[in-house]
Design a protein around this ligand. Structure first.
Ligand code: NDP
Length: 263
């Protein structure tokens, strides 16, 4: 296929972005919608889904929202069949829903460690497993796993998160190698430090008025000298969801202002 700007368009595609009520998932979903995709998202309860629908409506996007815990395989199967019947079968899956627990490892309860692994690693497995058979039937699909710089690094207090996101990087490569022959591309996006509600406490001013030490550390270590915004992820997400990336498989695209190149 020779190069055309149209190869970035997603018209007629159904994109499911998990947990996309606000934050990174919402921004990614907005960019996929601008490129022409029909947006489907899920969240844990009805109130969050209603909130999500209202957020999309404000942006002029008609999205479809479902209540579903991505760690619950039966609920996921049920949601995927409902989406197929009500919207259409899924062409693009973005495994975005995620949690982090910042606890020093020797103080962390095993149940907390397991919960992070469950949401950040087991759920992308459950979700991908649920959509791949229909992708094979329809001749292809795109899976984008939202990884992290912690797919590459360890740091104090994030042992479970780093273990999960490192595992997600390898799940990405495995899906790519196992299902690439069916024209399924599975890639990851590894956001750097992105200003979202999840990272808001790390940007709060101290009582003495100084910037949070972590805020200073991050800005000082990032060649771009700033936090990322969810908007920074839009172009990479559209690229990986579109035909423009049809020969890109099993990669993690770090969108981090250069921090991994510098550390
Ligand atoms: P948010 O917490 O803002 O959004 C995650 C969403 O996932 C929330 O709406 C949350 O619901 C939902 N969710 C959590 N667990 C489940 C579940 N079991 N089933 C369904 N939905 C669920 O996170 P961000 O936007 O900051 O992050 C999105 C992704 O990006 C995550 O995978 C995160 O690890 C990754 N990331 C974020 C970075 C950052 O700097 N923010 C950096 C690198 C990676 P609820 O609102 O109820 O909590």
């Amino acid at each position: 296929m020779s190069f055309e700007m149209d190869m970035f368009r997603l018209d007629g595609k159904v994109a499911l972005v998990t947990g996309a009520v606000y934050g990174i998932g919402f921004e990614i979903a907005k960019s996929l919608a601008k490129a022409g995709a029909t947006i489907v998202f899920n969240n844990l309860d009805q109130a969050s889904v209603e909130q999500g629908l209202a957020n999309y409506e404000k942006e002029g996007i008609t999205a479809h929202g479902y209540v579903c815990d991505v760690t619950d395989e039966a609920a996921v199967k049920n949601m995927i069949s409902k989406i197929k019947a009500e919207v259409g079968s899924i062409d693009i899956l973005v495994n975005n829903a995620g949690i982090i627990k910042r606890i020093p490892m020797i103080e962390m309860e095993a149940k907390d460690f397991r919960q992070v692994i469950d949401v950040d690693l087991n759920a992308p497995f459950i979700m991908s497993k649920a959509v791949i058979p229909d992708m094979i039937k329809k001749g292809g699909g795109k899976i984008i796993n939202i990884c992290s710089m912690m797919s590459e690094l360890g740091r104090e207090t994030v042992s479970a998160y780093a273990a999960a996101k490192g595992g997600l990087k390898m799940l990405t490569k495995n899906i790519a190698s196992e299902y690439g022959e069916f024209n399924i591309q599975c890639n990851g996006i590894g956001p750097g430090y992105i200003a979202t509600p999840q990272t808001a406490p790390l940007r709060e001013r101290q009582e003495n008025g100084e910037r949070h030490p972590f805020d200073q550390f991050i800005v000082g270590r990032t060649p771009a000298a700033r936090w990322g915004t969810a908007d920074d992820l839009a172009g990479p997400a559209v690229f990986l969801a579109s035909n423009a990336s049809d020969f890109v498989n099993g990669h993690i695209l770090y969108v981090d202002g250069g921090i991994l190149a510098y550390i």
